[in-house]
Design a protein around this ligand. Sequence first.
Ligand code: NDP
Length: 243
Amino acid sequence: MAELDRPVAVVTGANRGLGLATARALASHGLHVLMTSRNAEAGAAATERLAAAGLDVAFHPLEVTDAGSVATLGAFVRSRCGRIDVLVNNAGVLLDGHGLVDRNGSSAFKASLDTLRTTMETNVYGPLALAQEFVPLMRTRGYGRVVNVSSGMGQLADMGGHWPAYRISKAALNALTRILAAETAGSGILVNAISPGWVRTDMGGQNAERSPEEAAAGIVWAATLPDDGPSGGFFRDGVALPW
Ligand code: NDP
């Protein structure tokens, strides 16, 4: 198939929460958005809802920890879209304790190494695998925006206790962001990490400060940076954060 004539974005974990709001916002911005989800039923249903609202979206399954699933998605994008302009690494897990609002059981001194492994596989190795799959395709057109959805909880400048697996994974994702940015410098590809703030989703809980729509605006900012925009940075709502 010939290359699509509008920019293509891939969003991971797009069936709910921040990923869904990001897919809606990017599609409203005029991009063709490939919404991906490890839960095919939920992902297809979410995609249908946005399509019914007139947005240019499509669905493809993706389990970010499965190399075969990443490769299948890559083959689909190359054959059906011929391009990828934006990759939003949004899918993530918070498995220590009981979410952001409950610290019980999330001490580093009681952390399960299995929880750390699973968290790293999803929050760090997944984004790396997706970058390995899609940055080469971005290079063919000399254009790309990679947005790694990180967290203030991964910020070394403000590192506190509890949620060790999540904090370590997001600090590692920030390091990965800088490594990818260094290796793509001058290629037209901009790689940045963003902190969405504390967001009302299943992960953030309903007491969180921000709506998914407010937080998604900061992702859209990083996904649509001009050619002279920053790369290798950490931002919240377009404002640089210390690492
Ligand atoms: P949710 O828990 O609401 O959604 C997480 C999404 O990630 C779901 O779509 C989930 O799929 C998907 N996902 C998890 N693991 C995998 C996997 N292995 N493969 C594919 N998809 C997967 O969280 P949010 O929307 O709040 O979080 C989105 C991102 O924002 C995360 O990276 C999170 O760390 C980050 N973030 C969130 C904050 C908040 O306050 N909410 C604060 C700071 C950062 P499924 O439905 O199948 O479980």
